[in-house]
Design a protein around this ligand. Structure first.
Ligand SMILES: NC(=O)c1ccc[n+]([C@@H]2O[C@H](COP(=O)([O-])OP(=O)(O)OC[C@H]3O[C@@H](n4cnc5c(N)ncnc54)[C@H](O)[C@@H]3O)[C@@H](O)[C@H]2O)c1
Length: 419
C-alpha cells in the first residue's frame, strides 16, 4: 500500500488535541508516511515536539517542523506554508488547521499543487469560495474532506439511521448548546478570534447546525445570531457569546447557544448537547443527546482536569489515549474516527488509481469522490455546502445586531438580508 505524506498547516490547539495524535496512529498502522507541520512561528512546534503525552503514546515517532526550531521564537513566517506545500510530491495530503479566515487561501494553495485536503471546519467563510474550491478539486480529481467530527459520534450515526427509517417523524423544535471553556480566552484565540473575523456561532455553533442537517437532511433557510462582546486578556475585542436561531426548510426552529465561557472549575470540560422534538402522527418523538456528561466522572487527587479542576466528566467518546496491543497508547473516539475516515478515503482513492494511466486515473478518482459525496457521511464541499451558507448568513446577522438573513437555494444559492 502506498503511504501518503502529510503536511499539517497550523500547529495550534486542534493539531495538538486531535490531528497530530490521530495522524501518528495512522502512520504506525500504515496509511501515513512522513509528517510535516508548518506553523506561523516556532513556539507551537516546540510545544508539539515536547508534549509528554505524545512522547509516551507514540515512542520513536516524530514530525519535521517548519520553520526549523533553530529560528528565534518571535520571528513569524506567514508565507512559509506555500513553499512547504510546493515541495510536496503530487497527490499527497495537506491538513488545514489554521484560523478560520485563512482556510480558503491554504486550501487553494494545496489544490494548485495537486494535493488532497483534510480541512478542519468550517471549510471557508463564504459560499462562493466553497463552490470555487469544489470545482477546482473536481477538475483535478482531488478529494476534500471537512473534519466535522460530530458526524462520527455513534449517537449521531444512530440518530441519522433512525430518522431516515421514520422512527421520529419530522423535526420541529430544538436546542443546541456548545460552550467552550473559559481558559480558551487565554489561548492564541486572542490573536484571531476578533469580531470582524469570527464568533462563537461560526466557530462551534456550525457543528450542531451541520448535525441537524446530517440527521434530518433538512436545509436551513434563515439564520439570525446575536452576540455579546467582551475583551480577551490581551485587550482584543471578541464576541464571547452568541445566541442563534436557525429556521429549516420545513419551518423547524433550532436555538443555538455558544460561548467561550464554561467555568474552568466546572466538571465540563465544556458544556454541550442537542435536543430535537419531532412531530409524528397523533404522537411525538424526541432525540436528546447529553454530549457533556457521558456517564463517566473521575475525581483526581490533583487538579488534572483541562481547566485545573479535580472532579471531571471524562468523555471517552471524543478523543482519548488508551492502552492497546501495540507500543505506547492509541487514540480512540469519534474525533479519531473522523480523521481516520478522511485519511483512509484519500489513501483508498490513491491506491486504487495509482497504477492506472493518467486519464483513466482522473476519471476513476472523480467517480470515487462523487460516491463519497453521495454517501453523505464524510462532509465534503458538495454535500455540506449548506454550512458555508449558514456561516455566511450568521456573519452577516451577528454584524448587524441579529437581523435575520435568508438563505436562498436554486440555481445560484446565496444569502440576503430578510426584508
Ligand atoms: N471542534 C473542532 O472541530 C475544532 C476545534 C478546535 C479548532 N478547530 C478549528 O481549527 C482551526 C485552528 O484552530 P486552533 O484551535 O488550532 O487555533 P490556534 O489558534 O490554537 O492555532 C492556530 C495555528 O495556526 C497557525 N498559523 C497562523 N497563521 C499561520 C500561517 N500563516 N502559516 C502557518 N501557520 C499559521 C498558528 O501558528 C497556530 O499554530 C480553526 O479553523 C478552528 O475553527 C476545530
Amino acid at each position: 500500500m502506498k503511504k501518503l505524506d502529510v503536511t499539517i498547516v497550523g500547529g495550534g490547539m486542534i493539531t495538538n488535541d486531535l490531528l497530530l495524535p490521530s495522524l501518528y496512529h495512522l502512520q504506525r498502522t500504515g496509511a501515513v508516511g512522513p509528517i510535516h507541520i508548518c506553523a506561523l512561528n516556532t513556539p507551537p512546534l516546540r510545544a508539539l515536539k515536547e508534549n509528554p503525552d505524545f512522547l509516551q503514546a507514540f515512542p520513536g515517532q516524530d514530525f519535521t517542523p517548519y520553520p526549523a526550531l533553530a529560528e528565534t521564537p518571535d520571528k513569524d513566517f506567514p508565507a512559509l506554508y506555500k513553499e512547504v506545500i510546493a515541495a510536496m510530491p503530487p497527490r499527497n495530503i495537506v491538513v488545514v488547521a489554521m484560523p478560520d479566515h485563512l482556510h480558503y487561501e491554504v486550501v487553494r494553495k494545496a489544490l494548485e499543487h495537486d494535493q488532497h485536503v483534510l480541512c478542519v471546519k468550517p471549510l471557508v467563510l463564504q459560499y462562493q469560495h466553497s463552490v470555487e474550491i469544489e470545482k477546482f478539486a473536481r477538475q483535478k480529481g482531488l478529494f476534500i474532506g471537512i473534519e466535522y467530527h460530530k458526524r462520527f459520534d455513534r449517537r449521531s450515526l444512530v440518530a441519522k439511521r433512525s430518522y431516515a427509517l421514520g422512527h421520529f417523524g419530522a423535526f420541529v423544535m430544538g436546542e443546541a448548546k456548545l460552550i467552550e471553556p473559559y481558559y480558551y480566552r487565554f489561548s492564541n484565540f486572542q490573536n484571531w478570534f476578533t469580531p470582524e473575523r469570527t464568533d462563537p456561532f461560526t466557530y462551534i455553533g456550525c457543528h450542531y447546525v451541520d448535525l441537524v442537517y446530517f440527521i434530518t437532511g433538512l436545509k436551513p433557510v434563515e439564520v439570525s445570531v446575536l452576540g455579546i462582546k467582551g475583551r480577551f486578556p490581551n485587550g482584543n475585542p471578541a464576541f464571547l457569546w452568541s445566541h442563534g436561531r436557525v429556521i429549516f426548510e420545513n419551518g423547524a426552529l433550532l436555538s443555538v447557544v455558544n460561548g467561550l465561557g464554561y467555568p474552568d472549575a466546572g466538571a465540563g470540560s465544556n458544556d454541550q448537547g442537542l435536543v430535537m422534538y419531532c412531530e409524528g402522527d397523533g404522537k411525538n418523538a424526541l432525540i436528546d443527546h447529553d454530549d457533556q456528561y457521558r456517564g463517566v466522572a473521575h475525581c483526581y487527587l490533583e487538579g488534572l482536569g483541562c481547566g485545573g479542576s479535580q472532579y471531571n466528566y471524562v468523555s471517552p467518546d471524543f478523543y482519548r489515549l488508551v492502552p492497546w496491543e501495540g507500543a505506547g497508547f492509541k487514540p480512540v473516539g469519534y474525533g479519531y474516527d473522523s480523521v481516520a475516515a478522511i485519511i483512509s478515503t484519500i489513501c483508498r482513492i490513491e491506491n486504487e488509481t495509482t497504477e492506472l494511466p493518467a486519464e483513466s486515473a482522473l476519471v476513476r478518482r472523480r467517480q470515487m469522490i462523487a460516491e463519497v459525496d453521495d454517501k453523505g457521511i464524510i462532509a465534503t464541499p458538495s454535500n455540506s455546502f449548506i454550512n458555508e451558507l449558514v456561516v455566511e448568513a450568521a456573519r452577516m446577522s451577528i454584524l448587524s445586531d441579529g437581523a435575520p438573513v435568508k438563505i436562498v437555494y436554486g440555481d445560484q444559492p446565496h444569502v440576503e438580508p430578510k426584508s
